[in-house]
Design a protein around this ligand. Structure first.
Ligand code: ADP
Ligand code: ASP
Ligand code: MG
Length: 429
């Protein structure tokens, strides 16, 4: 087997946890290990970028000192020979300090966190007697002007990982941009890196190792009594990730689904726990599997008598969203009105002005989409009744059902999110 294993920030967040990771990757099936930065690092690097833009020098210095102490403590607790890792961390932090005063492009500072963890981890693997090689992901992971990854370039990773006795280590999250600078794939993007690398090296499995025992029925940060799900289909997992399940970056599933590579979610803190296997349809699956929620949703309602019995009206509406490059998430229509939701309000005022030429426009902010995923075959009765019963005390603004066999979405005011998630968890699972 050739497996790709990705470990997130908590998994590499201390010397103790890095030792756990090294035990897990003793398995001979592990070909490539993809790492995030130590937990909290990227948040600090984002702060340094902001401080640099605002010319707040003392803030830059104090944040760099914080990172220095965090990483040197880790090296102190982990490595016998500390010299080259210490030099590497000092050099990297020096580079951050220099570019924060001399100018940098977007993500150039953030990208350095993953470089630090992968260096330390590779040193540790070598000290424990492993044949390990550190790869520099931006030599393979390139994005074009629109920020899209160029998969053809990434395929060179296959040859770069061909030695059968070597375990390879690479950074998640980071890339080379179209301007030939260090950049990132966006927050939480290490999962996506691992998926793309898994496709590139023709992996048998992509394993995402984190701090929880797999995908739960609901978001454990808000909901009590959730439990892990053993198996999920690619479609369900993609919907969960898109609609806010933080455990997976939303873009992770698609490349693996296309290549037919299963994605396994596992817990670094409890490797024996089964975790969640995401693959083709699970025929034994029950109706309801899990619920996720996505915040910062704006509802737009357009009413117009001109819509009555007319064709071409929706086309005009969609053209406005296309022009302003704003994706629509949910949509419902009646004879004389259409309601839709967006999560990117950057061009809301331009969109509103143009929609007003078509009819009366109402806008409501601070909504959440709650997405229930599972196997909801159209010939099953009672599915919607169970959901409506569970949310009978919640004012629901929109419902989307029938677009796929895999999900039902509700739009609610964000103030009802926790109550909605809890009630669905209590009643559906
Ligand atoms: P990593 O740093 O390893 O990438 P993340 O913090 O990005 O980890 O993702 C793991 C977290 O996702 C969990 O600790 C949990 O709080 C959160 N999470 C949100 N929704 C779910 C869900 N449905 N199932 C499991 N975890 C979830
Ligand atoms: N370190 C990056 C972040 O915190 C990427 C990741 O962890 O997936 O967003
Ligand atoms: Mg993550």
């Amino acid at each position: 087997m050739r497996n790709v294993l990705k470990f997130g920030g908590t998994s590499v967040g201390s010397a103790e946890n890095i030792k756990k990771v090294s035990k897990i990757v003793e398995n001979p099936d592990v070909k490539l290990v993809v790492l995030s930065a130590m937990s909290g690092t990227t948040d600090i690097l984002v702060k340094i970028e902001a401080a640099a833009k605002a010319n707040k020098k003392t803030e830059i210095v104090s944040n760099i000192e914080f990172l220095k102490s965090k990483y040197l403590t880790c090296i102190g607790d982990l490595l016998k020979d500390k010299k080259s890792a210490t030099d590497y961390i000092n050099d990297t932090l020096e580079q951050i300090s220099t570019i924060s005063t001399n100018g940098f492009s977007d993500g150039e500072i953030q990208a350095r966190g993953e470089l630090m963890t992968t260096f330390i981890f590779t040193e540790y693997l070598k000290e424990t007697g492993r044949k390990a090689e550190l790869l520099f992901s931006p030599d393979y992971m390139f994005t074009d002007k629109s920020g899209t990854v160029i998969q053809e370039k990434l395929s060179a990773m296959k040859d770069a990982t061909s030695d059968k006795d070597t375990i390879y280590v690479a950074q998640g999250f980071i890339c080379t941009t179209s301007a030939n600078k260090l950049g990132t794939l966006g927050r939480g993007g290490s999962d996506y890196s691992a998926a793309l690398m898994g496709v590139a090296i023709e992996a048998d499995e992509v394993q995402i190792w984190t701090d929880i025992d797999g995908m739960h029925t609901g978001d454990p940060r808000y909901v009590k009594g959730t439990h892990p799900i053993r198996m999920m289909s690619f479609e369900e997992a993609a919907e969960m990730a898109y609609f806010g399940a933080k455990i997976l970056h939303p873009a992770t599933i698609d490349p693996c689904r296309r290549a037919g590579i299963p994605v396994i979610l596992k817990n670094t803190m409890d490797p024996a726990a089964e975790g969640t296997t995401i693959g083709d349809e699970d025929q034994s699956a029950t109706t309801f599997h899990a619920v996720a929620a996505k915040d910062e949703i704006t509802l737009i309602r357009i009413s117009s008598a001109r819509m009555l019995m007319a064709y071409g009206f929706l086309c005009k509406v969609f053209e406005i969203f296309e022009k302003w490059k704003t994706p629509i998430d949910m949509i419902t229509t009646s004879e004389v009105a259409v309601s839709l939701t967006i999560d990117n309000s950057l061009h809301l005022s331009e969109i509103k002005t143009e929609l007003e030429e078509l009819g009366t426009v109402e806008i409501e902010h601070r909504n959440s989409i709650v997405c229930i995923v599972g196997r909801m075959d159209y010939d099953h009765s009672g599915i919607s009744a169970r959901i409506f019963k569970a949310v009978e005390n919640i004012p629901v603004k929109m419902i989307s059902y029938g677009a796929s066999h895999h999900s039902i979405s509700l739009l609610i005011d964000t103030k009802y999110k926790v109550a909605t998630l809890q009630s669905l968890n209590n009643n559906l699972f």
